[in-house]
Write a protein of this length. Sequence first.
Length: 370
Amino acid sequence: MNVPLLDLKAQYAPLREEIRAAIDRVCDSQHFILGPEVQGLEKEVARFCGATFAIGMSSGTDALLAALMAANVGPGDEVITTAYSFFATAGAVARLGAMPVFVDIERETFNIDARQVEARITPKTKVILPVHLYGRCADLEALLASASKRKIALIEDAAQAIGSTDARGRQAGTVGAMGCFSFFPTKNLGGFGDGGLVTTNDAALAESLRVLRVHGSKLKYYHKVVGGNFRLDAIQAAVLRVKLKHLPAWTVGRRSNAERYRKLFAEAGLRSKVGLPSDVPGHIYNQFVIRVERRDALQAFLTGRKIGSEVYYPVPLHLQECFAGLGLRKGSLPVSEEMAATSLALPIYPELTAVQQETVVDAVAEFCRA
């Protein structure tokens, strides 16, 4: 049985007519950049997340970049962040001439180890930038305490976490000064191309973000600051407005599938051979990531059975060639390196059937017993 890592066609089919009508609405308006559709999405996402303001951006990467710019990050500054994430997290820091300061992760959550952050703060630290990886919130309470004590901005990379909540029930992206989201098609809320958004409860930051996304211009052709072209397309906003209404149900589906995986792996007697992600309330499962010995061999075995999987991420950020100048070597951040070598994402999308999940677990069991 073919089990794709993600089946966007299955998501699109029941929404096809509604999405096409939304796109036609944009085409009929001939208003393709920002405008009413983007404003509508911003209001709806802000309401969904419980944020005061939401500012649409051209991608999740640009959301990070704009948020760091709004926090006045620049050359000579340091930004404390995780060593285990998609490259954009650290890349946005480096693009502004600042230095990413990498911290190891927790083995159980894949998120930045908040206990190690305090020791890495220096007079140059401008921002603490945690990532809510795979849809599970980082320890925001501890991180916010460290940031507040030193008057450092906390910016949340919530690219994989829209709708996720922390231990106190707070929505991802609403606890720090700003929260950054991605609407890349593979996300739980994905568009038909690139798109992103920044949330904040600070009116001044919201205004700054709106100016930064249009080349630093509030009044057209007059520029007090240098911004960028971070504008969100109206077609993306229209598609996302349709999908946002279905996000809560999709989250229920992902959580249900995660629970079924736990049951199936337990019944297969694989708990000692396969590390499963622990569950907490508010985990939205952007990915379902297991840990296993001979990870690459397992992935090849699954591919041979037409079962999709993905390695997120094979090289931790501190070992990327472009960051060699930071002086971190193999062994510097051991948990990040261990996860990079042993983790594998399995299909978890809400339309995944029980039979497909049984096929996945049966294949993993066969490999582990060979």
